[in-house]
Design a protein around this ligand. Structure first.
Ligand code: GLA
Ligand code: GLA
Length: 653
């Protein structure tokens, strides 16, 4: 990982606080008011220029930088740093009119027209040329500006244009496949084209998985996902190359979207491409909303290798793009931000500074709402700014690793949720989140890690639905157990290799010996089917027909109802050095807490919280700083002081 750099600024270390700032949406006189209010709120940094291409380059090769010069200078005189966008996120109308061939095309052949944003093909050479020219112009113009502390490449790469099925994409996909497989024979073998008369006899026959008469080839689909993530990563690298050439002293980042069901970009693979990891996160309403935030922040910390990262966007209150956009309570505003800080954010930024009066995001909250500065929301924002200012000594402190971890794997996410499977109801990230909630409910810290992260130092590693297990990963997991580690896998793990070919001889192929079990058939459940276990839990979604293959295996829970009644549901295999457990059904957070409690005690891991706080309080640790987050809607007595509902307390040990 190359993340050795933080912002280009001098002065004391601090936590940054700010937002996307879009001054071009407002008359000039508002800007001075903005700068004054930013100082009131404790703002230290803004992101400028994200959607400014059409105003910065109003006609091909003609630049109008005057207004941005003015905005940069205004920030500088007010002591506010700038994370400057390369402004290439959304191509201007003159470009898409002159070159409609840069517009993305869906799997159904529908062109995505201008009118929204991000209407560009990741693989368009025409787009790339124009974007890099603007990037260079920006770097040359602002590289030496004293307000500039970081480059922000494009914006949320892949938010809307991750999957493009155009002819450009087809050509680039062929090149990508030639790189991966070298020969057509190797491609035919990997894609198993003996099936359904798909044998390819020339590279020109290769296509993206466009809408087909039946299920497109599964390995073609998986490779297209890999390729699509790589195509945008290539764009990131191309802009970065220009920036590093012109301004080698300015760090480069781009905002990831580690949140909810956004899954197209393999951020584990992208993280090494940026000087520091940045993330955007928006809370999903619902019973696990706050756990999902924590999970995402935790995983972002994992992508950053435990080092601090930059929260580029979240919201002060409602967003505009959910079916119903729920307003936050003032306490939630601070709790959400502080939870990100707890898991390593050294910058807390919002979309956006001033709520828009017009446009598709006019109902999206900002730091200054429509009501203006005289508002509960702005006062809560200013309180948070003050609080972050006081937390300056925290800046730069890495997270303190937990003893347990949850592994997260984009390829398993992609492959496990593919079509033509035992069930289309399986949700990879939900299963991982349920485990995370179970950890929180037990008051035990767990790091969420990309699957390739080193596992040394962890006593218990949970691998939910680790579906894609190449031989090398199986060896790593085996070595972890042999070295004394405790590994837990779930249903539909270890089923296929990197080409999505099933490991034969009984599931879960390469983990069979480690787990001491053999599964002859999957037995997924219908929506209204439930099975009970003899430990009192209920399973849904999935069951397996498990046979235990050695006497050493302990059955921790058996099915008492359904087709598998009497068979093992949860197993534990004490084996060379450590142990390996298996959970064969979807238990949900409550059922998982029961089995996890058992796994934790076998791995010798205890909660670091007093018994009466477990489940109610969430603990995160960065060096000397202990974060206690209230997971309930009631105040909690921490013995001596009260942790407010929605409250977060930071204790320095
Ligand atoms: C994304 C974008 C922002 C804005 C927010 C709204 O994160 O990067 O420009 O559209 O969504 O939530
Ligand atoms: C049809 C087809 C077969 C096979 C089955 C699957 O019958 O003719 O080739 O795909 O469906 O059930």
């Amino acid at each position: 990982m190359s993340q050795s750099r933080w912002l280009r600024r001098t002065g004391a270390a601090r936590l940054e606080f700010g937002a996307d700032y879009n001054p071009e949406q407002w008359p000039r006189e508002v800007w001075d008011d903005d700068a004054r209010a930013m100082r009131t709120a404790g703002v230290t940094i803004v992101t400028l220029g994200v959607f400014s291409w059409a105003l910065l380059e109003p006609a091909e090769g003609e630049y109008d930088f005057g207004w941005l010069d003015d905005a940069m200078d205004l920030m500088h005189v007010n002591g506010i740093a700038v994370d400057l966008a390369t402004a290439t996120a959304s191509p201007p109308p003159w470009l898409t009119t002159k070159h409609p061939e840069i517009l993305p095309v869906t799997a159904d052949g529908v062109t995505l027209w201008p009118g929204g944003r991000q209407q560009w093909r990741p693989t368009s050479a025409v787009f790339r040329t124009h974007a890099l020219r603007l990037t260079r112009a920006m770097a040359e113009r602002y590289g030496g500006h004293p307000a500039l502390v970081a480059w922000h490449v494009s914006n949320e790469l892949g938010c809307h244009n991750i999957y493009d099925y155009s002819d450009d994409a087809a050509a680039a996909f062929r090149l990508w496949l030639r790189e991966r497989y070298a020969t057509l024979d190797a491609l035919n073998a990997a894609w198993a084209t003996a099936f359904w008369s798909q044998h390819l006899s020339a590279w020109e026959q290769v296509l993206p998985p466009r809408t087909a008469a039946s299920f497109p080839n599964p390995t073609q689909q998986l490779d297209f996902k890999r390729f699509s993530s790589d195509a945008l990563k290539d764009h990131l690298r191309a802009e970065r190359a220009v920036l590093r050439e012109v301004t080698p002293d300015v760090p480069v980042t781009t905002n990831f979207m580690v949140m909810g069901e956004t899954k197209g970009m393999n951020y584990a693979d992208w993280a090494a491409e940026v000087d520091f990891v940045s993330n955007d996160h928006y809370v999903q309403p619902g019973p696990q909303g706050r756990d999902e935030l924590s999970f995402s922040a935790n995983l972002t910390g994992g992508l950053a290798g435990g080092r601090p990262w930059f929260l580029m966007e979240h919201s002060t209150s409602a967003v505009n793009w959910q079916p119903v956009n729920v307003a936050k309570r003032p306490g939630e505003l601070a709790r959400d931000s502080m939870t990100h800080v707890a898991y390593g954010a050294d910058a807390v930024c919002y979309f956006q500074w001033r709520q828009s009066a017009a446009g598709a995001e006019k109902y999206h909250s900002g730091m200054i709402p429509h009501a203006g500065e005289d508002s509960t929301l702005f006062r809560a924002v200013a309180d948070l700014g003050k609080r972050l200012g006081d937390l300056a000594p925290l800046a730069g402190t890495p997270r303190t690793p937990a003893r347990a971890a949850i592994l997260f794997d984009w390829e398993s996410w992609w492959a496990a949720e593919a079509d033509s499977h035992p069930t289309d109801r399986l949700r990879y990230r939900q299963e991982a989140l349920d485990w995370y909630t179970a950890f929180l409910d037990l008051g035990v810290r767990a790091d969420v890690l990309p699957v390739a992260a080193p596992l040394d130092g962890y006593d218990l590693v949970v691998a939910p639905i680790l579906h894609v297990v190449p031989a090398s990963l199986a060896s790593r997991l085996t070595a972890f157990v042999q070295a004394g580690g405790h590994l837990v896998a779930t249903y539909f793990s270890g089923v296929v290799d990197e080409n999505d070919h099933v490991w034969l001889g009984g599931y879960p192929g390469p983990l069979r010996d480690l787990l001491g079990i053999r599964i002859e058939e999957f037995a997924p459940l219908l929506d209204d089917e439930r099975v009970t276990l003899d430990n009192g839990s209920t399973g849904t979604l999935w069951t397996d027909r498990i046979d235990v293959s050695t006497e050493d295996v302990e059955v921790l829970a058996r099915y008492t109802t359904g087709d598998q009644a009497g068979r093992p549901a949860v197993t534990w295999n004490p084996t060379a050095g450590g142990a390996a457990g298996y959970v064969s059904t979807r238990l949900g957070p409550q059922g998982l807490a029961t089995v996890l409690g058992e796994f934790l005690s076998r791995a010798g891991i205890e909660s670091e919280l007093p018994p009466d706080q477990r489940g109610k309080v969430e603990l995160a640790i960065r060096g000397d700083f202990h974060f206690l987050i209230n997971r309930t809607d009631e105040p909690i007595d921490l013995g001596g002081y009260l942790l407010a509902a929605d409250g977060v307390v930071v204790v320095r040990e």
